[in-house]
Design a protein around this ligand. Sequence first.
Ligand SMILES: [Zn+2]
Length: 567
Amino acid sequence: MKTRKFRTRLLSLFAAAFFGFSALLSAAPSAAHGEYVNPYTTLRIGLYYGDEALSSANLENSVGSGFTFGYFDQNREFHAVGETDNTKLTMMKDWTMYLSGGKYYDEAPSGSYEAIGCYHIRVNREFYSFAEAKEQCAGYNNSFVAFHNGAWYVCAGSYSSYGAAETAAYERGIDGTPMTASSNCVTVVATGTTEVLFQFDYGTSASLAVMPRKDESGENPQTWFKGYKYYGAFQYARLTGKNITVVNFIDVEDYVKGVVPYEMNTEWPIEALKAQAVCARTYAASHINNHASNGFDLCNSTHCQAYRGTNAAGEGSDRAVDETAGMYLTYNGELCETYYFSSDGGATEDSENVFEEAIPYLRGVADPYEQYVNTGKADWKFTYTADDITGILKLKGYNCSQIVSVTPEYTRSGNIYSLKFTDSSGKSWTFKKYNASSILYSNTYGKYTYSMHFTVTTGDGEGGTSSIYVNSAADTLDTSEPVYAIGAGGERAEIPSSSISVISSGGTESLSIAGGGKTLTGDKYVISGSGWGHNVGMSQFGAKAMAELGYSYEDILKFYYTGVTIG
Ligand SMILES: [Zn+2]
């Protein structure tokens, strides 16, 4: 709201200046300088959760040096409670599980299988360390260490019922109690076997976490999980008391190494990759607890940011992350929303002209760089008949008759702002902002509006370019050119001109934007555009072009994000 007031005031001043009155412009708010310090250097990334939570999850240490068992506290600090030299683990819910053909099932599969019962004989003695309990395991066949509510125990056998465990305790002569753990319990077995290695049940206080151990090289170890390789530790939480939510606890820099390759080609110039790395890191830091109800920060899909571990990481993307380590994009000391998209086709757009909110650093800029690279979407054109438009609107649920006219309005940057369709009965439908760019996108018709950067003309070529009328339609300014207000002291400020007002002796009057407001009629409408995406924030192809032209990642970020600080 603050921004809107500021802009309104500026517009009035512009109008005054334009009509020959002197005007003093207030200085733009200056950005605060200073480094942003991310308090969350460990991120929690959800890999399987909700309906996709798993009954069992495997994990393999790629350097073959085993794992440490433990849990993360509220401050995301790891507390060790056990360990194994085994390099291939499967974490499973404490449940009667079945092993068949090398896979685990939580219901008996058809064919032959081995069962891993969830009833055990717990030896009647509490231990004060993992090592102490582990030593005692030697005295019992099929035994393992269990961490139950803050203490260590020796458990023997895995039985499918309480009675079976009770009988076994008697027959084996063990001074122990048949038991099954809580619905929060997770059991660890050696992958591909029924051998239990460890059990963790801390009720709702904490969930099992497994941290790969380093080998002698001291290198940051990676683990394999379902075909992907990851840095960091894994947490196995049974939030619902049922299946396991798998969360990767990972250092923010390692996380960014797993995001950049999914957002930008790792062969692109290093400065473009560095700009992308800062965006990805900033996005993560500003979306801590995005999935708090599932116990993690960000998911691994495009809902948050695509992240699949390190498989796709390249030398360039890793280097880009290392060389920008700890760098965040801020505006007035606060983390930015780092919107980006593929290509702008010539101009980015003010955030409020695409989405709702006016964000001060998401301003439209004319982009002179993108033209130097092949975006694959530099020039696209689709002809829509009036029938096509009518059909598309009907398909999208609008109860219209034959469409007879189209009225486009454009922003100062020459991007689409609104599209109004009028039907033969005189009824009309207006689509604004992002909806203006998406309403005519139709897979059924094979016609696509790929970005905000397009114009509508009739089959005869009428319409198109937008411009600002000042005195009359014959005396116009081209709105693709920036408009400035000049103050009495010579200060210059660019005027955002999506709605410009003039103060005259008779009060306030509006200036109109040409193309804007002009109603086009006919049987054919030609949509000519360029670019791909929503046009707010950084153009990735523009970043590539700038990098190839010798600009740094800081130049790139400051070009696409107005008035930001990098640090
Ligand atoms: Zn998400």
